[in-house]
Design a protein around this ligand. Structure first.
Ligand SMILES: CC(C)(COP(=O)(O)OP(=O)(O)OC[C@H]1O[C@@H](n2cnc3c(N)ncnc32)[C@H](O)[C@@H]1OP(=O)(O)O)[C@@H](O)C(=O)NCCC(=O)NCCS
Length: 247
């Protein structure tokens, strides 16, 4: 194993870039860090109504400059996650690798037969911000508590942000990507035991993706809100996944 600190990520021998492969039959899809030349593809994905209408926060319309500054930010985060993974590895240690706070890979790519790659989606992890809790002081307290837990604490409530490019919807890509990230990084390397997912009421595809990965519908909170692209949404479904394994 060339870089054991990255286990179970694989490393592209040609570029040195870490990656996760989606489960069969989606072996031609990988999850990698963002790249500096991703901005045009990201702009196209986020100007597609099949994508932006079920997202709350991306700027609308989504300009190349938005994509460039976003990529700049998340590249730093993924680089920091790689450094953190290096530090968590103790040379020659027999015990399991130490827990880390972040995931170094998030951009889903299709690897074509000629070896070229196409950006087809994004799956990001963060500590839950409880957007469904409408009482501001209650929400702030929940967020503060969640942020205070130490790295790897099984009490942390984790959350996903995810999207797939419109032409790739309904091919099982996000279901496979979620499984790969949960099984190969979030659970073993970040110590996750509790994950909370939110989806707008009516986002059937998103709810199915989580249900197919063992999440259970916990509640539906109804309230009216207008997203950045001007669509009125009627509230959120909250789905939860809890590990059966004792921490
Ligand atoms: C939600 C989203 C990430 C799903 O990704 P995906 O790769 O298309 O999902 P999958 O192909 O893995 O589909 C999973 C399941 O949902 C179903 N599904 C997907 N889209 C659906 C839709 N629009 N309506 C009904 N069912 C849908 C699939 O049929 C599949 O179920 P099945 O296996 O029982 O047939 C994608 O549609 C997307 O990016 N939407 C825009 C952004 C967004 O909403 N992100 C999530 C924010 S919470």
């Amino acid at each position: 194993m060339a870089q054991p600190y990255l286990h179970p990520l694989q490393v592209n021998p040609r570029t040195g870039e870490p990656f996760l492969r989606l489960p069969t039959p989606l072996d031609n899809f990988i999850i990698t860090p963002p790249r500096s030349n991703d901005a045009p593809a990201l702009k196209e994905i986020l100007n597609d109504p099949r994508v932006y209408k079920t997202l709350e926060s991306p700027p609308f319309p989504y300009l190349l400059t938005h994509a460039e500054s976003y990529l700049d930010m998340i590249t730093k985060e993924c680089d920091a996650a790689l450094e953190e993974a290096k530090k968590a590895y103790k040379e020659g240690a027999s015990e399991p690798l130490g827990h880390v706070e972040n995931c170094p890979v998030r951009y889903i790519r299709e690897v074509k037969e000629d070896g070229s790659e196409v950006l087809v989606g994004d799956i990001a992890l963060h500590r839950c911000q409880y957007p469904d809790v409408k009482d501001q002081s209650e929400r702030e307290e929940l967020v503060r508590t969640n942020m205070r837990y130490a790295v790897g604490d099984p009490e942390i409530a984790w959350c996903f942000s995810d999207l797939v490019a419109g032409p790739y919807h309904g091919r099982g890509i996000m279901s496979g990507a979620l499984k790969a990230i949960m099984d190969q990084w979030l659970i073993p390397r970040m110590g996750a035991r509790f994950i909370r997912a939110e989806a707008f009421i009516g986002n059937v595809g998103s709810v199915r993706v989580f249900e197919k990965n063992g999440f259970v519908m916990e509640k539906t909170v109804q309230y009216e809100m207008v997203t950045n692209c001007g669509v009125t949404r009627l509230g959120l479904h909250v789905l939860c996944w809890r590990s059966e394994q004792k921490p």
